[in-house]
Design a protein around this ligand. Structure first.
Ligand code: NCD
Ligand code: ZN
Length: 362
């Protein structure tokens, strides 16, 4: 608990009106490239000290050289005085070589590798078609202690979209966890109560990220008054019981759950289209949304663990030193962020949120 909070308590305030925590990290962020990178990076950099950068740009980041070049473009796009640190990930393909993984990890370029089942989501067509076939890569990662981050959805078009996570867990995740008992696995953007249980049962070497939007919306939200393209992401939001389970897990303090916003900006033109791209741009409202959830669940005292400690510990990273303050102060968030001749719609954009970001000290 922060000093401010202790004073609040001593003064007999019944609720916390601010909370100061160690600076958090975002363990799952899509920053894209070019004009989009310029437009969205300031929001992530204002909220988080570090970000695990998703490699599904075009072309995907599959080599150490490509990761170094992308990291340079991100560093160059940071707002002045920003100390945001991008941590790079390797996009796994059927052709990934164990040496490329180990060399980049030992040189401090790779923080993790990302596994997209081929075709599972945006820019995943170069992904992995044969997960057991990557055993040599996983064995090497196990040996060097490098985490693999998994988009856990079946790509079988016959599988109902709301069941794709469950089917993947059964058919691919459980066997993988069993084959590689020392491999650090992060199940990304978890969306079901059953996957949460799976993570808990394997918490010795498995963990999961939880997005802000999956704590707020359920599958009915996607159809509220009409089709809501800006709430469409993968994995798609599930039933209310799953949302409630996610809120319980995130706010539980359990070490295997941490922030991964999956902020995934797409142009308005790509969202409001005949075939809407998957992805929610949560980067501008992430901490405000998370802290609101913790407040509503009466768990503000556990926010720091979820936001700033659990993920770093799982990855084996040092904890950040600075602090950020979240304040109970209403603010109407911007509806959209301009990108070239179009814009990206902000998750919760245009709404008045009860919490705002206060002081950040590096
Ligand atoms: C992501 C994207 O747009 O890159 N989309 C999404 O719906 N979450 C990819 C991903 O993480 O699935
Ligand atoms: Zn993602």
């Amino acid at each position: 608990m922060s000093v401010t909070e202790l004073f609040d308590r001593a003064a007999g305030r019944s609720r916390m009106d601010r909370t100061t925590i160690r600076r958090p990290d975002d363990f799952h962020v899509h920053l894209r490239d070019g004009a989009m990178l310029q437009a969205v990076l300031p929001f992530t950099a204002a909220q988080f000290a570090r970000g695990i950068i998703m490699p599904n740009v075009v072309p995907p980041v599959t080599t150490v050289a490509a990761a170094i070049a992308y990291r340079e473009r991100i560093l160059a796009a940071r707002p002045q005085a920003s100390d945001f640190i991008p941590l790079m990930t390797c996009y796994l393909t059927d052709a990934t070589a164990p040496d490329e993984i180990e060399n980049g990890f030992k040189d401090g370029v790779w923080a993790a590798a990302k596994l997209y089942p081929a075709g599972a989501t945006t820019n995943a067509h170069h992904g992995v078609t044969d997960i057991p076939g990557l055993a040599p890569v996983f064995e090497r990662m196990e040996k060097i202690g490098m985490p693999v981050l998994i988009h856990g959805e079946s790509t079988d078009p016959e599988v109902d979209i709301f069941d794709r996570e469950a089917v993947f867990m059964e058919q691919s995740m459980l066997p993988l966890l069993k084959r590689h008992e020392g491999l650090k696995v992060v199940i990304e953007h978890v969306t079901t109560a059953e996957t949460l249980e799976l993570v808990r049962a394997h918490a010795r070497h498995a963990a999961a990220t939880i997005t802000p939007h999956h704590l707020v919306i359920n599958r009915t939200s996607l159809f509220q008054g009409g089709l809501r393209p800006h709430l469409y992401c993968l994995p798609v939001a599930k039933r209310e019981r799953h949302r409630l389970a996610l809120r319980q897990a995130a706010t539980s303090g359990e070490a295997c759950f941490f922030i991964g916003t999956d902020t995934a900006p797409h142009r308005r033109t790509a969202k409001e289209a005949e075939c809407c791209s998957a992805g929610v741009f949560g980067g501008a409202t992430a901490l405000q949304t998370y802290v609101q959830v913790f407040d509503e669940e009466g768990a503000l005292d556990r926010f720091e663990a979820f936001a700033s400690e659990n993920g770093a510990r799982f990855y084996g990273l040092e904890l950040n030193r600075g602090t950020i303050t979240l304040e109970r102060r209403e603010a109407t968030v911007m509806a959209a962020v301009a990108v070239e001749d179009t814009e990206v719609v902000v998750f919760q954009g245009g709404q008045t949120l009860p919490w705002s970001i206060g002081e950040v000290s590096p």
